[in-house]
Design a protein around this ligand. Structure first.
Ligand code: BG6
Length: 485
């Protein structure tokens, strides 16, 4: 992909669209305050919030203070007063062009550069970009971060990407997938490419299959309209799960930089085989219980019937040399029994067991990479059961377990957005998604949805607190695979 390369700069202004929204309250303001508390936010940086709701600076600072008190642990709030002093606010209706001049006046002239963080409804992307351009807020020293949803399919994402591209070159566009900001996701690269022992085995000759699970216990939360239009496939698979898959499956990049890493990820995304109907299962939760607590069904939460899937399981294939014949089983859902994100790499069995004649069975090695909430790397290994072997040779699979919080007790655990906001401010693109990646992701997802529509496939029901419809278990079991739980 060809880019014009802009000169590097660190921003001294940050402009947050959607500043009074849920993401800002839970993630963005807490992340910025935490960075500030540690001296990681340049003292020059001023932060302007904007949204449609009417507030003055003082009211916005109050809103921010309440958000910090609710979502940032007290020990990370040192210097909160200084942080709040950086904040100001400008009301803006993005559909009214004239409002952008007042916004530009509020932002003022940055000394070094401006970073914009856009977290708004997809319908506001185009008018917002036009407004930024018209008011001089899209100059050479401006970069823009874009939060999902960037469209609902390939066509609508192209419209958004084209609109943004008219104002900003690709090297100043930062598409956010917050999973890439997670330390344990970045650790996948370290595990694969800073160790010698995995890479020679990381292929179809030695790996039987891969499982990627992103399970959540939450339901609709307060996002009724968004979620019902989206569903699990677009909300979680199109972005987060495909990024995880790409990091697990990609070839070694030449170096850890934005172009090399993203070049390799996009090759994987383009190698995904079109999924056939019997390789996906969708579900929607019904009333049940999680952790002993009764929870309502999706239709009860929504207040009406709906065909939106809250669970999806997919058997994916990567058509390239390395992964021929290795299925990648993906599953994600709301109201599952526990919150867990993990990647399971199931190796093949030894080619010949010398212990067979002694009555011992080998169990193939398995690598489990826990992304959240437990940050663990567990490698199951075969070991001899201590004893005199009078009744045959005893073998058992035992775990070699690394708990990341124990291995790294010192470093601060961070919100993913801390890393991403800092990288946006400093112009480091490696952990952001390039346009060709997003489009390859949508292309694969659109084909799945077209297949569902063609077959008039409706989600099966599952009880909240279970692991999804039984058909999802069957999807793996008919290949002799059991989901890791
Ligand atoms: C968001 C989805 O992108 O990711 C949500 O829109 C989901 O539906 C969330 O709950 C999960 O993020 P995390 O970081 O809690 O795994």
């Amino acid at each position: 992909m060809t880019n014009s390369i802009s000169a590097p700069f660190t921003s001294d202004r940050l402009l947050l669209f959607g500043a009074t929204g849920d993401l800002s309250r839970r993630m963005l303001l807490p992340s910025l305050c935490a960075l500030d508390a540690e001296g990681l936010l340049d003292p020059k940086i001023e932060i302007v919030g904007t949204a449609r709701s009417d507030h003055d600076d003082a009211e916005f600072r109050n809103f921010a203070r309440e958000s910090l008190e609710q979502f940032l642990p007290a020990e990370r709030r040192g210097g909160m007063a200084r942080f709040l002093n950086r904040l100001s606010y400008q009301t803006l209706d993005a559909n009214q062009m004239e409002g952008f001049n007042a916004l530009a006046a509020k932002v003022g002239e940055p000394k070094d550069g401006l970073s914009i963080f856009l977290s708004t409804a997809p319908s506001l992307f185009e008018p917002t970009i036009r407004g930024l351009q018209a008011s001089g807020l899209a100059g050479d020293n401006v970069r823009i971060g874009l939060e999902k949803p960037l469209g609902v399919d390939l066509a609508s994402s192209k419209v958004i990407n084209d609109a943004v591209a008219r104002a900003f070159p690709e090297d100043r566009i930062f598409r956010i997938d917050h999973y890439l900001g997670k330390e344990t996701v970045q650790n996948l690269l370290a595990l694969r490419f800073a160790n010698l022992m995995f890479e020679p085995l990381w292929n179809a000759a030695h790996i039987d299959h891969v499982q990627i699970t992103v399970a959540e216990t939450v339901g609709l939360e307060s996002r009724v309209a968004y979620y019902d239009d989206s569903g699990a496939l677009r909300d979680m698979v199109q972005n987060h799960m495909l990024q995880l898959l790409a990091l697990v499956a990609m070839e070694p990049p030449v170096s850890y930089d934005a172009t090399s890493v993203r070049d390799e990820k996009v090759k994987i995304l383009r190698s995904l085989r079109k999924v056939s109907t019997n390789e996906t299962v969708t579900g929607q939760y019904r009333a049940g219980a999680i952790g002993g607590q009764a929870v309502p069904g999706y239709d009860d939460e929504l207040g009406r019937d709906s065909n939106t899937e809250t669970f999806v399981a997919i058997k994916a294939h990567i058509d390239n040399w390395r992964w021929q014949g290795v299925p990648f089983y993906l599953r994600t859902g709301k109201r599952l029994p526990k919150r867990t994100t993990e990647i399971v790499v199931q190796f093949r069995d030894v080619p010949h067991s010398i212990f067979h004649g002694r009555g011992a069975r080998t169990v193939p090695n398995r690598l489990v990479i826990g992304i959240q909430p437990s940050e663990n790397i567990t490698l199951s290994l075969m070991a001899k059961v201590p004893g005199l072997d009078r009744n045959g040779f005893g073998l058992r699979s035992i775990p070699l377990d690394i708990a990341m919080p124990d291995a790294f007790a010192g470093p601060q655990r961070r919100i993913a957005y801390e890393r991403l906001l800092l990288d946006l401010i400093e112009g480091e693109q490696t952990l952001f998604v390039r346009r060709d990646e997003v489009e390859a992701q949508w292309e694969w997802i659109d084909a799945i949805r077209a297949e569902w529509e063609g077959q008039a496939q409706e989600p099966r029901t599952y009880t909240a607190g279970s692991w999804g419809p039984s058909a999802a278990i069957a999807l793996a079991e008919r290949d002799g695979v059991t989901w890791h739980e």
